[in-house]
Design a protein around this ligand. Sequence first.
Ligand SMILES: [Zn+2]
Length: 189
Amino acid sequence: MSARRKAVAEGVAYWWRGRLHSEREAPQLAIPLKLVKIEAVEWLCPRCGVRAEWGPEPRCPRCGARCEPRTLVEEVPELVDAIEALERAFNRVCKARVRGAVLLEPFSPLLPLFAWRVLDVELPDGSRLVGVYAGKPRFLKRGFHTGDGSTTTFELPGNLAVIVWSGGAVECLVFEVEEPLKLVELLSG
Ligand SMILES: [Zn+2]
């Protein structure tokens, strides 16, 4: 049994920029996700087969007959958070290890201290990857991480840092990767 066949049997899909792909057609940075089986109920008219909108007592929008429930099993991609999604994507291309995450003050003048490559990459949990940095180690002041008003410095390693906008907060995720520039090129493509 080849690896690909095995993956399909286990229900793996590859997600990239809002679309699912099979392993063969997936872009290099596509994120491997498990397909999870869920049960869903739909209400169908026993006379004409039309689907009803769910209500306390669903009725057929065409003939008005009382609809009956039918249970379906659907396969949907699992939801992984931004840091896990990026780790999986980067691991498809080169080894990647998460070094950490830090909250940043969104509009701090301290933020653009170095040349971020500006990106807009959607992630499976609805977060957006808005910038990426790969280069020499740098230091960056961080904002309200502790909430007590103090600022500390945070080291960006000389490999890969990405800025993610997620649920109203800006996070800097730091990865140790073998070929950071290759990842930057792929993310920009
Ligand atoms: Zn009907």
